[in-house]
Design a protein around this ligand. Structure first.
Ligand SMILES: [Zn+2]
Length: 390
């Protein structure tokens, strides 16, 4: 089905989901639907596309054609306005039991469109222990038409009692070759740029697409990866920290603006503004203002989150740089993520020891942890830069 097309390199997961979607359809049509499961756990490393897979599955459940990718139902799922899909993304570091209880109440409602009530819970591992216990009760005895889609980095991140009641869909990091192929065929990216972007993004498809198509994203990557060679003294470390925080804020602002604009345009189109009016009714038009307000609220809280994620992405970029240095120091014949910076990598590999490189990777990981714990970004990044200095 079309909604699964973007899940690059996830053939196994897609096969499972497509079968389940077919079973779900049977249930809706009054059949037995053997193999339909009410609780799912999507796992996989960052960038593997847990949320994307869960959302595609939601579309497959809610679309009358099993996930055609272009009908109103599919559209609403992808812009986040489908009345039977509730997306939960913890904004803070944890998700409380109170929030969970409210969510469970909403989840128990009957689907308004007669198919399923789908709850997509991103970062479900952030549920507190008591929240997880409440969740467990809800997924143990689900209402007949409720489907839970939980996402977490690894099955171990969820309580075993929850995990054992979910069907686990494990997503893998797609090979750079598969990502490059998609960019070249579907996005018409020239093959050499597609290969560069896929390698640099390390299997993260949306990141690879942004690198391939957006000059600004490429420039920001270069700025981040020029940091290691600039750290010659304390003053340089402080200004590098400033630059990094600022660069990621800019990246976040650009990403937020692009997302908001698309969604708002989609929503307006859906509610009839500037469209041919195909498939519209008066009720839909009336609902437009409320939906737009709701969308704006969601966009605002997302902006905060994107800012934090974007700094984290820059730090992971630095990790990939030092990992390349380490690979060179060990003479491992692996493909380098930052092959375009071979000269810088080689210089640092010769000027330092593998132990020093590992210490630097540790410093970056520590900085990520501190940021996740809400330490002031400038302070945390400055401390990291000082540890990266030769
Ligand atoms: Zn559809």
């Amino acid at each position: 089905m079309a909604v699964f097309d973007d899940l690059v390199g996830q053939e196994q997961a897609v096969a499972v989901l497509a079968r389940a979607a077919a079973a779900a359809r049977e249930v809706v049509e009054g059949g037995r639907g053997a193999g339909m499961t009410h609780a799912w756990l999507f796992t996989g490393p960052p960038g593997a596309g847990r949320e994307e897979a869960a959302r595609a599955f939601a579309a497959a459940l809610l679309c009358p054609d099993g996930g055609c990718g272009h009908c109103d139902q599919c559209h609403q799922v992808f812009i986040g306005s489908h009345p039977d899909l509730e997306s939960v993304r913890p904004e803070g570091l944890s998700y409380s039991v109170k929030q969970t209880r409210e969510l469970i109440l909403r989840a128990a409602g009957a689907p308004t469109q007669g198919r399923w009530r789908v709850i997509l819970f991103e970062d479900a591992d952030r549920a507190t222990e008591s929240a997880a216990n409440a969740l467990l009760k809800a997924i143990e005895e689900p209402p007949p038409r409720t489907v839970w889609l939980l996402c977490a980095p690894a099955p171990d991140d969820m309580m075993i009692t929850i995990r054992s009641r979910c069907r686990v869909v494990n997503l893998v990091t797609p090979a750079p070759k598969a990502v490059a192929h998609v960019l070249a065929t579907r996005d018409s990216v020239p093959p050499d740029i597609a290969r560069f972007a896929a390698r640099a993004a390390q299997g993260h498809i949306s990141r690879a697409r942004a690198l391939a198509l957006d000059e600004g994203v490429r420039r920001r990557r270069e700025a981040v990866l020029s940091i290691p060679r600039s750290l010659t003294g304390v003053g340089e470390c402080v200004s590098a920290a400033e630059r990094l925080v600022k660069t990621s804020e800019e990246e976040a602002a650009a990403a937020t603006a692009a997302l908001n604009e698309n969604e708002t345009a989609e929503l307006r189109k859906l509610y009839g503004e500037g469209s041919t009016g195909k498939g519209l009714n008066r009720g839909l038009v009336r609902g437009g203002a409320g939906a737009l307000k709701e969308l704006e609220d969601r966009q605002k809280s997302r902006a905060t989150r994107i800012k934090r994620d974007s700094l984290d992405a820059a730090l992971l970029e630095l990790v990939s740089f030092y990992r390349d240095v380490l690979a060179m120091q060990f003479g491992a014949g692996v493909e380098l993520a930052n092959d375009d910076l071979r000269f810088d990598l080689d210089q640092l590999a010769k000027a330092s020891t593998p132990e020093e490189t590992l210490r630097r990777v540790d410093a970056i990981m520590r900085c990520r942890e501190r940021l996740a714990a809400n330490v002031n970004p400038q302070m945390a990044v400055e401390a990291m830069m000082l540890s990266l200095r030769p």
